[in-house]
Design a binder for this molecule. Sequence first.
Ligand code: PEP
Ligand code: MN
Length: 357
Amino acid sequence: MKLKEQIQKTPKPFVIAGPCSAESEEQVYETCRTIAENGSTQVLRAGIWKPRTRPDSFEGVGAIGLPWLVETGQKVGLPVAVEVANREHVELALKAGVDILWIGARTTVNPFAVQEIADVLKGVDIPVMVKNPINPDLELWIGAFERLEKVGISDLCAIHRGFSVYKHPKYRNVPKWEIPIALRERLPNLPIICDPSHISGKSELIQEVSQKALDLNFDGLMIETHREPAVAWSDARQQVTPKELKSILSELILRTTVVSDIAEFPLNELRDKINQLDDQLFDLLTSRMRLSEEVGELKREHNITILQQEYWMEQIASRLTKGPEMQLSAVFIRQLMDAIHQESIRHQVKVMNMKKD
Ligand code: PEP
Ligand code: MN
């Protein structure tokens, strides 16, 4: 059965678990055996070649680790997945009998590398999972799926692992949930798995991120699991033990997309009220933009620039201070103000450039 179909058939979440890196035959086997015994995991993972940010970090055991994982999978009866970043990795993984390949975030970002992988996979029947590129570029992510589809790989799956930013206070890679949501809009039949480990960067955040992924209707989770995270050779802070994995999975609240008969009436009533308020918001925005046009006319008459930076910064600051009492987040206020400002500028530009009679 195709991976895609298996993901769709498995009650949510479909789980991929295993160590960040394969370190020794025993570590791979012991970790994966316990994961398999605990149940609830459908695919085992382990990194063989590790794309590390800095040299002199552990860069993976290399091809020697492939049989450790493949044999473990056979012994415990689960398919196994590895990351591939170039032609050689793909050839070695296929030869070793790996069941599923995945393309990592640092590879998806590079169309040359993705094309090289696609070229070796021409005519091969294997599932490929594609992680999002490290930068929040939906087109680049979609481009990787297109390159694989063009060579005949149809069993595809996306992995959302967050996006790299400089020093984020909470996440190792910010989730920017709107991007996988937009991916779902563009490719509705593609399963999407969330990787809370690389989003979180620390094990204590994995429960929260996993729950959010399920509440956003993701199909599954990829969770880095190590028999002894504290001594892991890579990503020690974010890995969990098989026991912790079991507890994370058992604590997840599973919700349904189906609205029950009992919920339907009150839900519709609330939605009607919300729609009425949204209509009012749009009416208000329309009136507001008419005033922007009057402002534009005045600025044109008196030859004043459209952008009045200082005035606008004051407006934003004053809204931000009111944020807590309105129970609106600073990020939302900023995004809303920016959107209103851009639209206002568009209206003013239109007025400015109108020919005087
Ligand atoms: C990994 O899954 O081990 C990995 C390297 O992830 P990413 O490509 O998301 O950084
Ligand atoms: Mn990792």
